[in-house]
Design a protein around this ligand. Structure first.
Ligand SMILES: O=C(O)c1cc(=O)[nH]c(=O)n1[C@@H]1O[C@H](COP(=O)(O)O)[C@@H](O)[C@H]1O
Length: 238
């Protein structure tokens, strides 16, 4: 279980990301770096975050042929991050290759980062999935199918919405990590997300970790908003 809400550092420059982190000085965080920031800064931002002793989820959502993903993961493993992800739609062989790459790239004596697979993005609705991906199943069925595939491939967990977390754990096992983005405090705008939930709702639905981005980063009072989210989420552990 990941006790701290994971903050998505979705900024386009190093300067903005660092200014944001400065607000939390003295606090140990779990942050996520995604494509927007990583493609601009490269590994430099990872170093900055590690120097500040924050935990880090590098969210690059790899999705390519097995050999390419394996080699890419081998390189990424050397960055010393805590968690990485791939798209489950890349298939079982690709996910197994990702695991092999991670193990091969982790320096000897080091901890192999956790690997999780994106099932159906939280910005996807059932209707969209059926009409655009031509998947003739319910959204739950598709997400659970991808979760089982990731589980069979030996991954540590998945990214899903909180709505599916409990069902995934039943279909795999209790320790399978369900990281759930699409987190909003009550009354907040869902923006481009389709399957959103409050931190408390995520807690009740069996999420292992929550990801909060714009709710915190675009807040007028990021520290207060983060604390509100953390209080709802962490209450279960106290
Ligand atoms: O893999 C992810 O982190 C991810 C998967 C998913 O299905 N949905 C999703 O929103 N995310 C990420 O989680 C964050 C959510 O951002 P907000 O909607 O601003 O809270 C973004 O950085 C997304 O890239």
């Amino acid at each position: 279980m990941i006790k701290k809400p994971i903050i998505a550092l979705d900024f386009s420059t190093k300067k903005e990301a660092v200014q944001f982190l400065d607000i939390f000085e003295g606090e140990s965080l779990y942050v996520k770096v995604g494509m927007e920031l990583f493609y601009q800064t490269g590994a430099e931002i990872i170093e900055i975050i590690k120097e500040r002793d924050h935990q880090l989820f590098l969210d690059l959502k790899l999705h390519d042929i097995p050999n390419t993903v394996k080699k890419a993961m081998k390189g990424l493993a050397g960055l010393g991050v805590d968690m990485l992800n791939v798209h489950a739609a890349g298939g079982r062989e690709m996910m197994e290759a990702a695991m092999e790459g991670l193990a091969a790239g982790t320096p000897s004596g080091g901890v192999v980062p956790k690997l999780i697979a994106v099932t159906q993005l939280t910005s996807t609705s059932e209707k969209q999935m059926q009409s655009e991906q031509l998947i003739p199943a319910t959204l739950d069925e598709s997400v659970i199918h991808y979760a089982k595939l990731a589980h069979c491939a030996g991954l540590d967990g998945v990214v899903c919405s909180a709505f599916e977390a409990e069902k995934i754990k039943k279909a795999t096992n209790e320790s399978f990590i369900c990281v759930t983005p699409g987190i909003r405090l009550k009354g907040m705008n869902a923006q481009d997300q389709k399957r959103v939930m409050t931190p408390l709702g995520a807690r009740m639905h069996g999420s292992s970790a929550i990801v909060a981005g714009r709710a915190v980063t675009a807040s007028k009072h990021p520290l207060n908003t983060y604390r509100m989210i953390a209080n709802e989420w962490e209450a279960v552990y106290s």
